[in-house]
Design a protein around this ligand. Structure first.
Ligand code: ADP
Length: 251
């Protein structure tokens, strides 16, 4: 795609698991620095969208294109090199943090940059220390994840994603495994990233947070985008009955 294009363009994304058609035809455009909140009932396909963008699932059809990269068309046979290049453009923050329990905080963070991206270890360590400092966890560098609270582990999860220097950050319900009193510290970090103009897709049930942080809200149900638009419109004044019912239940 050319420089005038959005950072990410997804068209006609499809995915089935056996007979279960999970994504029917999902389209998304994401500009630089834009924050998109993906909301919808459990099982509507939100996580699968993130996993398809991040190369953790292979779509059955549709195209995914990052600016400066090829239009990867999953309706045709996709070359391994293209699929790998796509994977490098984004980094995921998982619901359950997914930290390696046998590694220290620092080792968790530098694993991807050093092992996958082949960056010099010393540079990766400096980067990791700077990022840990930013989220207030510099002194946890040599601890193991089980010595950290859930909120601290998720902040490490965010740092691990940032350390990959991706174009796009993907958050999969980043606070839903946390005790209520720990949610705020993670949302604060995500808000700061939004202010710094990171481009992000956030799957969340925290609708008040989505309204505050997102530039656009996409409401999904049954593997389709039912409605999308400005957060105030979709979450306060939805056009579609299905959106209205969902929003009323959660707000
Ligand atoms: P959401 O994130 O909106 O809760 P998901 O994308 O996690 O929805 O799941 C959508 C549907 O896809 C669900 O019915 C789920 O059971 C199914 N699904 C997701 N991942 C797999 C998988 N790896 N194998 C089989 N079914 C899956």
């Amino acid at each position: 795609m050319s420089p005038a294009d959005p950072l990410l363009r997804v068209t006609g994304l499809q995915k089935s698991f056996g007979d279960n058609r999970v994504l029917s035809s999902i389209g998304l455009d994401l500009a630089d620095g834009q924050v998109l909140a993906l909301v919808g009932p459990s099982g509507s396909g939100k996580t699968t969208v993130l996993r398809c963008l991040n190369g953790l699932e292979t779509p059955d059809g549709g195209t995914v294109a990052f600016r400066g990269g090829p239009d990867v068309d999953f309706g045709t046979k996709v070359a391994k090199k293209e699929a790998l290049a796509l994977r490098d453009r984004s980094a995921m923050v998982f619901q359950n943090y997914n930290l390696f329990p046998h590694m220290t905080v620092l080792e968790n963070i530098i694993e991807g940059p050093v092992q996958v991206q082949k960056r010099p270890r010393r540079e990766a360590v400096v980067d990791a220390e700077r990022l840990l400092e930013r989220v207030g966890l510099a002194e946890k560098r040599d601890d193991h994840p089980f010595n950290l609270s859930g909120g601290q582990q998720q902040r490490v999860g965010i740092v691990r994603a940032l350390a990959l220097r991706p174009d796009l950050l993907l958050f999969d319900e980043p606070t839903s495994a946390l005790d209520p009193e720990l949610v705020g510290e993670v949302l604060t970090v995500i808000k700061e990233l939004a202010e710094e103009k990171w481009t992000m897709v956030i799957v969340t049930h925290e609708l008040a947070f989505a309204r505050e942080v997102a530039d656009e809200v996409v409401f999904m149900d049954g593997g389709v985008v039912v409605e999308h638009g400005h957060p105030d419109q979709v979450l306060r004044n939805p056009r579609e009955e299905r959106t209205r019912r969902f929003v009323q239940r959660l707000l």
